[in-house]
Design a protein. Structure first.
Length: 64
């Protein structure tokens, strides 16, 4: 699995005991935010209508 876009053919060896004990289990959460600004035409609007992106990729987006 590439790390942050780098594709090296490296490997590590992990014992099955460590995998069974969930020693290498982790959760990564990133929070993103955006600002809605006032423009000459009124406030910006956020939307889930993204051009050239299939509905399968958009299915997990909220209405907001």
């Amino acid at each position: 699995m590439p790390w942050q876009g780098y594709n090296f053919e490296d490997a590590i060896i992990i014992s099955s005991k460590l995998v069974e004990d969930d020693s290498f289990t982790s959760i990564h959460i990133k929070e993103y935010s955006t600002d809605v600004r006032e423009t000459k035409l009124g406030p910006e609007q956020t939307t889930d209508d993204i051009p050239n992106v299939s509905s399968v990729k958009l299915k997990d987006l909220d209405v907001d």
